[in-house]
Design a protein around this ligand. Structure first.
Ligand SMILES: Nc1ncnc2c1ncn2[C@@H]1O[C@H](COP(=O)(O)OP(=O)(O)OP(=O)(O)O)[C@@H](O)[C@H]1O
Ligand SMILES: [Mg+2]
Length: 465
């Protein structure tokens, strides 16, 4: 990932020098820096990372993150990129979260804090998850456990960079839940900033650990943080944030539609009168026809925008995928037959937890894009790939030209289109629906050619449906 992408828009961070560097890892201990790493200088209770900048650069760090007030002495600056941060601990957490693709948003993260009973509770969560058939990772005082593999622990809560790497490993290993002990030290040292907690558990608060916290009030504040951090609430909070944004946009859209409806109507009706008047010269009637077309195009665009900005309220239910896809096949049968497209659904599609209407709309948009993309006689396939005992990734695959690398970061943005008549809102709507469900969507190239749009992690209600 490029440094510029990694730091863009983060709170309290500014790029001082460079930006094009490829960052291959994040380090906060200069002895563990590897070539291409981004080194974040953190002030600890025993030592200060800023004193080891030269060592980090010597070991191959491509960029440094330093405190806003840090003054460079000399030599170490020349070759590397420099980022300033008002709080390098927060920066370490945010950068690690982004570098690893926000892993805590891809599973249900349960955080357990309190003076006593954290370990027991975290283990109970793990056991309860296993009992429900969910794969659960554990971050505890005694050990970390990533999908059955144990790693001895050194701290109650690992440093944010290690924690994010661990969560990412859990996601890759197919964990659907992660149960984590969160000490008050970790909270006040910003080790879990950037973590999206689906559930926060508070066992109790008693006079303990006060060697570190200034007083009881401070201790309470650090505990409170787990419950009040902006990302707290996990996937639900993310969906709520998307909806809040949409509500505002929808008001704008409604205003725009209201303001343009009458003038557009007047223009269109007048043009129609001109068009239908045989006494007028052909040139004027052609112009009038163009005006009608343009008015219709604007109306269609506005409707698309209003649809795009509609808040997505997810009403969860059990959806039999095979039935929904059969209905979509019928709706799209003309287009499929026109191009002689082979449309296949993999066998044994599960029943999943989703909002049926929204899911149908998302799949419709994806299928329509695939139909547009494939050549005559092409193939489109929908499959559910198992990624855990009770979760799947939904894939819509085609054998069209695929999306070229330079467009891959653009296609989900509103109004990006490569079709002359496209509005470019199809995938933006899909993305909203996906986020409202707490899922994610990604584009992956198909083999030997074509596109795969993958939606995950989707909860399975029953396998055979
Ligand atoms: N299956 C696919 N294969 C190749 N390119 C695709 C595929 N799906 C989407 N794209 C690319 O992504 C762009 C955006 O897609 P999106 O559905 O958002 O808009 P659109 O299809 O151009 O217009 P519309 O809003 O009418 O759907 C497309 O213009 C196309 O370049
Ligand atoms: Mg489209």
């Amino acid at each position: 990932m490029k440094l510029l992408e990694l730091v863009r828009g983060l709170q309290g961070i500014s790029l001082e020098k460079g930006g094009e560097e490829e960052v291959s890892g994040i380090a906060y201990d200069s002895r563990r820096v590897e070539r291409g790493d981004l080194f974040v200088a953190v002030r600890g209770s025993r030592t200060d990372g800023h004193l080891f900048l030269a060592q980090a650069v010597e070991r191959g760090a491509s960029a440094l993150v330093v405190s806003s007030d840090w003054q460079f002495g000399g030599g170490e600056l020349s070759e590397v990129a420099v980022v300033r941060s008002t709080d390098t601990r927060l920066a370490l957490a945010q950068l690690s979260d982004r570098f690893h693709g926000h892993p805590s948003g891809r599973l249900s993260l349960v955080g357990v804090t309190g003076t006593n009973g954290k370990t027991t509770t975290a283990h109970l969560v793990e056991a309860a998850s296993a009992h429900c058939g969910l794969t659960c990772g554990l971050v505890g005082t005694v050990s970390y456990c990533v999908a059955g593999r144990e790693v001895p622990a050194t701290r109650t809560t690992p440093e944010s960079a290690d924690l994010q790497a661990m969560l990412a490993e859990m996601v890759r290993a197919g964990c659907e839940v992660a149960s984590m002990e969160v000490s008050s030290h970790a909270l006040s040292l910003r080790r879990v900033d950037g973590c999206d907690f689906a559930v926060a558990v508070f066992t109790n608060l008693s006079q303990d650990h006060l060697d570190f916290h200034a007083d009881m009030e401070d201790y309470y504040r650090s505990k409170e943080r787990l419950f009040t951090s902006p990302t707290q609430g996990g996937l639900g909070a993310r969906a709520a944030a998307v909806n809040r944004q949409l509500q505002e946009m929808n008001l704008v859209a409604a205003g725009l539609a209201h303001e343009t409806k009458n003038p557009l109507n007047i223009i269109r009706t007048t043009a129609q009168l001109l068009c239908q008047n045989p006494t007028l010269p052909e040139e004027i009637r052609t112009r009038a026809r163009q005006i009608i077309e343009e008015a219709d195009r604007v109306t269609a665009q506005l409707n698309e925008f209003i649809n795009y900005s509609r808040p997505r309220e997810v009403r969860r239910g059990t959806v039999a995928l095979s039935r929904v896809l059969e209905e979509l096949r019928r709706t799209l049968s003309h287009d499929l037959e026109d191009k002689q497209i082979q449309f296949r659904c993999s066998d044994g599609l599960p029943a999943i937890e989703a909002d049926e209407q929204l899911l149908r709309q998302a799949l419709f948009n994806l299928l329509l894009n695939a139909i547009q993309a494939v050549p005559a006689g092409g193939q489109i396939e929908v499959a559910a790939v198992r990624t855990g005992p009770s979760q799947v990734a939904l894939e819509v695959r085609d054998n069209g030209p695929g999306v070229p690398p330079e467009h891959r970061s653009e296609i989900f943005k509103p109004y990006f289109t490569t079709h002359p008549k496209g509005t470019g809102l199809g995938l933006a709507v899909v993305r909203q629906i996906v986020l409202a469900h707490g899922w994610d969507i990604e584009y992956v190239p198909n083999q030997p050619q074509g596109a795969i749009f993958r939606i995950f992690p989707v909860r399975v209600v029953s396998m055979a449906a």
